[in-house]
Design a protein around this ligand. Structure first.
Ligand code: UT7
Length: 333
């Protein structure tokens, strides 16, 4: 049953930060048995960004957030909550959220991280939506930021070619009256029985960090690529349909799909299952690879910058990540 709130939750500003250093497929050819042709054909990726030594998820998140705050005309002191969506936190604790709070000087915010990897931004939106629509809070920053380059096995050609670094942010505000604009709904799901499908197996909570585990590459990302691919197509499609049905809308109502950017072939397959024309999907994986929790907010920002999202448009977000976690969001712009 749809719960009618007297409030709306609107995205009023977006921003990104992408590190300067570009790593092209041609660069990867020098160290791996791979080719630009293979990577382009199998993934759609041409290049990705790599964070500098002095950059981290929190420093990149701060830069993306400042851009979003500028557009939203929101000062740091106005932020009630900071939700950082990251699978590559600066350190084990405190949270990256607290470092972002410090970087912004957002003294009135409750700050924390959520760990839903590539679905992180959808989870973050969902939490923000509840706080705003319930009337409890007024202004929330949701920011996805990742330094995937630090958890790659740079000798594993089936994973390291896929990922990149970056950050994307959104400022959400409660509007006092019910408005046709804003987040219509969010839908989040998990299946922990598939935790090993895509994971970084080593970690301090399970076993003390050791040089043996490091030698065994326990601290780098492992993925069953084919199984993850199939799950992504199935779950992203399901979540998109769930969002449309929940709101009594149909695919023809969608102005633009902004999907998680993991593989161009996944995006094409989801569009095909939804019977959405490819012109209605936003793709920037060619330039950034998979930036995990940052991919959707970066894509959302760039789709707006390119004039692909206009007043009144219906934006469909869908994504899947490690966990497995997946979900969707429908936003009336
Ligand atoms: O963000 C979370 C979600 N993540 C995803 O959804 C990623 C999902 N998975 C994928 O995108 C794809 O499965 C991959 C891109 C990882 C792999 O593509 P694929 O078309 O499924 O290739 P494959 O794993 O079936 O491998 C085909 C061949 C293999 O060689 P053999 O065994 O057929 O001789 C691989 O060893 O391609 C080989 N291969 C490569 N060749 C050149 C794998 N990686 C590479 C590479 N360059 N980088």
């Amino acid at each position: 049953m749809t719960h009618r709130s007297p409030f709306s939750a609107q995205i009023v500003g977006t921003g990104t930060y992408l590190p300067e250093k570009i790593l092209t497929n041609k660069d990867l050819e020098k160290t791996l048995e791979t080719s630009d042709e293979w990577i382009r054909a199998r993934t759609g990726i041409e290049e990705r960004r790599i964070a500098a030594k002095d950059e981290s998820s929190s420093t990149m998140a701060v830069k993306a957030s400042l851009q979003a705050m500028k557009e939203a005309d929101v000062a740091a002191g106005q932020l009630d909550m900071i939700i950082v969506c990251t699978s590559t936190p600066d350190i084990l604790y405190p949270s990256t959220g607290c470092f972002v709070q410090k970087g912004l000087g957002a003294v009135n915010a409750a700050a924390y991280d959520i760990s839903a990897v590539c679905s992180g931004f959808i989870y973050g939106l969902s939490i923000a939506e509840q706080y705003l629509k319930s009337g409890r809070l007024e202004t929330i920053l949701v920011v996805g930021s990742e330094v995937n380059s630090r958890i790659m096995d740079w000798e594993d050609r089936s994973t390291c070619i896929l990922f990149g670094d970056g950050a994307g942010a959104a400022i959400l505000k409660r509007t006092e009256t019910q408005s046709p604009k804003g987040i219509l709904s969010t839908h989040i799901h998990s299946d922990g029985s598939k935790a090993e499908m895509l994971c970084v197996p080593g970690g301090i909570g399970r076993e003390r960090i050791s040089s043996l585990a490091a030698e065994q590459k326990q601290y780098t990302l492992k993925m069953a690529g084919g199984a993850t691919f199939k799950s992504a197509v199935k779950r992203m499609t399901e979540a998109a349909i769930e969002a449309l049905e929940f709101n009594g809308l149909v695919k023809e109502d969608v102005s633009l799909m902004v999907p998680h950017q993991a593989n161009k072939r996944i995006i094409d397959a989801v569009a095909k299952h939804l019977d959405l024309p490819l012109e209605k999907t936003f793709v920037n994986i060619n330039r950034y690879g998979n930036t995990a929790g940052a991919a959707i907010p970066i894509a959302l920002h760039e789709s707006r910058e390119e004039g692909r999202v206009k007043d009144g448009d219906l934006v469909l977000i869908t994504g899947l990540g490690a966990g497995l976690t997946w979900g969707s969001a429908l936003i009336r712009w």
